[in-house]
Write a protein that binds this ligand. Structure first.
Ligand code: NI
Length: 175
């Protein structure tokens, strides 16, 4: 089985604003989609990707926040991920998004989160995430609820980024 690279939707796109549907039946098609998403994420390159970003409105995210050179990759596939507990402690990271290329902004989120999900084999798993992993998993889960990191910014900043993206998409469409 060879994973294929998928097209990543760019903001603004109505599909990025929709709420994704829970996965009830873990089919081979969905497993293949997850593998495709990992390949797409690694090639971008990025540290996380959500199914709505490739135009599929299922609750599925992939991530790998290992950044150190030479460190072993740690690809995670999460179906129906949800935050079951979040710390009061907050953390601010400069976030970006593969659907909003070259735009970055500080976003503040809970520093530590417990997340429960269904893995590629259909097993329920949970884990505590901290630091970049915590930010990344929250960012990706937001995508499943039609929420982008720019939704945390002040309206003026958000509008500025959106205008730049509209211009970029127009240029890309022109070729
Ligand atoms: Ni994103």
């Amino acid at each position: 089985m060879i994973a294929m690279k998928r097209n990543i939707l760019l903001h603004p796109d109505p599909r990025l604003k929709k709420t994704a549907t829970a996965v009830n039946d873990l089919t081979d098609d969905l497993r293949l989609l997850a593998d495709d998403m990992l390949r797409t994420m690694y090639e971008a390159p990025g540290v996380g990707l959500a199914a709505p970003q490739v135009g599929v409105l299922d609750r599925l995210i992939v991530l790998d926040c290992v950044k150190e050179e030479g460190e072993k990759p740690r690809p995670l596939i999460m179906f129906n991920p949800r935050v079951i507990a979040a710390s009061d402690d907050l953390n601010t990271y400069e976030e970006g998004c593969l659907s909003i290329p070259d735009q970055y902004a500080d976003v503040t989120r809970p520093k530590i989160v417990d997340v429960e999900w269904i893995d590629r084999d259909g097993k329920t798993r949970s884990e505590t995430f901290d630091g970049l992993w915590a930010t990344c998993v929250q960012h990706e889960i937001d995508h499943l609820d039609g929420k982008l990191f720019i939704d945390y910014l002040k309206p003026l900043k958000r509008q500025m980024i959106t205008r730049k993206m509209v211009k970029l998409k127009r240029e890309l469409a022109r070729g």
